[in-house]
Design a protein around this ligand. Structure first.
Ligand SMILES: [Zn+2]
Length: 703
């Protein structure tokens, strides 16, 4: 029978959004751009998909690169750019590259749906407008277009589109949100935006005869424009429209009656028209030059509406209001009772899908917060899931209702999975086996950070292994006779007795009474009295609970007084067997580091000491390996920073790199010199790992 562990109520934020693509075209390729627009027009959110010119054997130009980053797309689509260069871009950005021919079937970018399946216009008397057959490029940009295959799909599902008989009809459809490309935005929101300026002027963009460059710029600026809060009107008009289209000024004016939150009313812009031509255009559109400096704001309460005469400026960067980081999607929040091994979640989509298709879904929850953002871990929660924008991203069918079964792994499972990936075998070291129970219980560890606790522990620890090793070394080096070994065994046999001391002695070596009492409270130490027996010659510790009315030697049972000092009983302290052994094995510094990590985030699981075997036969050990606050780490802990020699640092960072960690920890009980940290930082930088030095005061509470 599977046992269930209830994790309590947990909230989940689920966000639906289409998979969005960036189209890669050859420089100056109008044919490529037309293909890209025809594809984007058939996809939910297509208006927000950038089209980027990619030169052969070159990276994207800086502005196009910024467009790609800001657009926050899910994948790249190769239209007619150089394949090798596109593959390099895919490699650099970590985004899948799909061929345009396969965009509706293969890869992540196929998880989109037709705009008609998000917002049906089956009975709409005014079907959306697309470009004229073989229309100029600006028409495709302004209204969208469809290839024969997608046109057939629209006919089949009863969602007609209209090709106007004049170019005027295409251009004017922009004023009433009547274009197909504008329809691709329905049901799409920004779920998050950072660094947006607020309400912005309308953009009226005029293009000349040679319009490729203009069209490309306009398309991409519009792709980045806000879609929900702060959205502003944008229209693209051919220059000849000004003299040939009737009542154009009136149509433009209709866009400009907006709350008075910004100035001017219009950014009038063009890459190819001269200042004089723009001024003439403004006159035809009945716009007057603005006399105040540009402003963006969002006052409250909403101000009055702006009125004619409407103002314009030409010498502004229209990119300013669109340069902000964003995530797209419509979100809903649910509460569910989380459980292991399985959490079941039933949820309705906030987007009303009316037809077949696919979509992406992002899932965020405090329950997932501590998990490393690695795809293997995402796959443990939901098969095939990935991380995106700090959430789990799942590719799925567009449905009204979903039933999800999530497996939220423990950090222990995650730690073991990630460790297994880097090595051919691993086993906890002796230290690791000792430290694991303390790490898993965890509560007591924080007390290690209190003043004097480490020093008190160190003072009470019975020295064994290191001292014994030293003596054995000495015996071996001197080539001593067998009797010397016998003598050694005799001496060390008695050291199985744990050492005990009074508070004065512990304080003398840096400990404190408070620290000793803390250790007693944790069950890590005992209070007791001493018997020095003149009969059998043994010095014994008698725990307070075992004291009897008259003192007695626990060895020979002769009546002996408890040791007194200055006519007062001399109270002694002794570590528990387990803690004494941990101290002797040098476990306290790593445990202190673990306590300091836990103080920063509870999302922690650590293996304290692991022997590693790598696939190439190399073996090494690491003092700590684990997951902390979503990051995978490994590291080396020393009592003294002087042990971090160049050779040691190289070895440590090499081990961390082999383990594929995010963070390398370099820790020492004393302060690590800045110069040593700098050397470690250089090595970590080369290995592509973040360095986390932890030492001295910073390890202690309040540090
Ligand atoms: Zn005795």
């Amino acid at each position: 029978m599977v046992s269930h562990e209830y994790l309590g109520p947990s909230s989940f934020t689920l966000t639906w959004a289409p998979a969005r693509a960036a189209y890669l075209i050859a420089p100056e390729s109008e044919a490529g751009m037309r293909l890209a627009i025809r594809e984007a027009s058939s996809r939910w959110g297509g208006l927000t998909e950038p089209i980027l010119p990619l030169a052969e054997s070159a990276d994207l130009e800086p502005w196009w690169n910024q467009v790609l980053e800001l657009s926050n797309v899910d994948g790249l689509v190769l239209v007619d750019a150089d394949r090798g260069t596109a593959e390099q871009l895919s490699e650099r950005t970590g985004m899948q590259l799909a061929d345009l021919a396969h965009i509706d079937r293969d890869g992540l970018t196929s998880f989109s749906i037709s705009p008609a399946s998000v917002y049906s216009w089956r009975d709409d008397p005014n079907p959306p407008v697309i470009a004229q057959l073989d229309g100029d490029l600006w028409q495709l940009v302004a209204a969208g277009d469809l290839d024969d295959e997608h046109l057939a799909d629209h006919r089949k599902t009863g969602h007609p589109v209209r090709r106007p008989s004049t170019d005027d009809g295409v251009g004017r459809a922009q004023f009433g949100d009547g274009t197909l490309i504008q329809r691709t935005l329905l049901g799409l929101d920004e779920s998050a935006a950072f660094g947006r300026v607020g309400a912005a002027p309308a953009v009226v963009w005029l293009c000349g005869e040679e319009a490729f460059e203009e069209c490309l710029y306009y398309w991409n600026v519009r792709a980045l424009a806000p879609v929900g809060w702060g959205a502003f009107p944008m229209v693209l008009l051919p220059a000849h429209a000004l003299s040939q289209w009737l009542v154009l000024a009136q149509s433009v004016r209709g866009l400009l009656i907006r709350p008075d939150e910004f100035s001017p009313d219009v950014h009038l812009t063009s890459l190819s028209l001269s200042d004089q031509e723009l001024a003439n255009a403004a006159t035809l559109l009945e716009l007057v030059p603005s006399t105040e400096p540009p402003r963006f704001s969002r006052p409250w309460p909403p101000p009055d509406l702006r009125t004619a005469p409407f103002t314009y400026l030409t010498d502004v960067d229209v990119r300013q209001p669109v340069v902000f980081e964003r995530q797209y999607g419509s979100s809903t929040q649910i509460e569910t009772v989380a459980a292991r091994p399985m959490t079941t979640m039933r949820v309705n989509s906030p987007v009303t899908f009316t037809g077949h298709g696919r979509t992406l879904l992002r899932m965020a929850s405090p329950l997932l917060d501590g998990l490393p953002r690695r795809d293997q871990v995402a796959g443990l929660v939901i098969r095939g899931a990935h991380w995106k924008d700090q959430a789990l991203r799942v590719a799925t069918e567009a449905q009204h209702q979903y039933l999800w079964e999530l497996t939220v792994p423990t950090l222990r499972e995650v730690t073991e999975l990630l460790l297994k990936q880097g090595v051919s075998a691993y086993v906890l070291s002796d230290k690791g086996r000792l430290g694991t129970p303390l790490c898993e219980r965890g509560q007591g560890l924080q007390h290690l950070r209190a003043p004097g606790v480490i020093a008190s522990l160190s003072s009470l620890t019975t020295p064994r292994s290191k001292e014994l090793l030293k003596e054995l070394e000495r015996v071996r080096a001197n080539g001593m006779p067998p009797e010397a070994f016998e003598q050694l065994a005799n001496n060390w046999g008695q050291r199985s007795e744990r050492s005990f001391k009074n508070a004065r002695d512990v304080i003398g070596s840096g400990g404190s009474l408070e620290a000793l009492e803390t250790l007693v409270g944790l069950g890590w130490a005992q209070r007791g009295l001493e018997v020095r027996c003149p009969v059998c010659g043994v010095k014994s510790f008698v725990a307070l609970a075992d004291t009897v009315s008259t003192g007695q030697c626990p060895g020979c049972f002769s009546e002996q007084p408890y040791t007194a000092d200055n006519k007062q009983l001399d109270l002694k302290y002794r570590l528990s067997t387990f803690i004494d052994r941990c101290g002797d094995q040098g476990m306290m510094p790593p445990l202190l580091v673990i306590a300091a990590l836990r103080a920063k985030s509870e999302h922690l699981y650590v293996l304290p000491g692991v022997n590693l075997q790598f696939p190439d036969g190399y073996s090494a050990e690491t003092d700590i390996f684990g997951v902390h606050d979503g990051k995978v780490f490994a590291g080396e802990v020393k009592t003294q920073a002087v042990a971090f020699t160049q050779e040691q640092l190289e070895h440590d960072v090499d081990t961390s790199k082999r383990l594929g960690v995010d963070v390398h920890i370099m820790a020492s009980l004393d302060e690590i010199p800045a110069e040593t940290v700098a050397r470690a930082r250089e090595l970590c930088k080369r290995a592509g790992i973040q360095l986390r030095p932890m030492s001295g005061q910073a390890l202690l509470a309040g540090g």
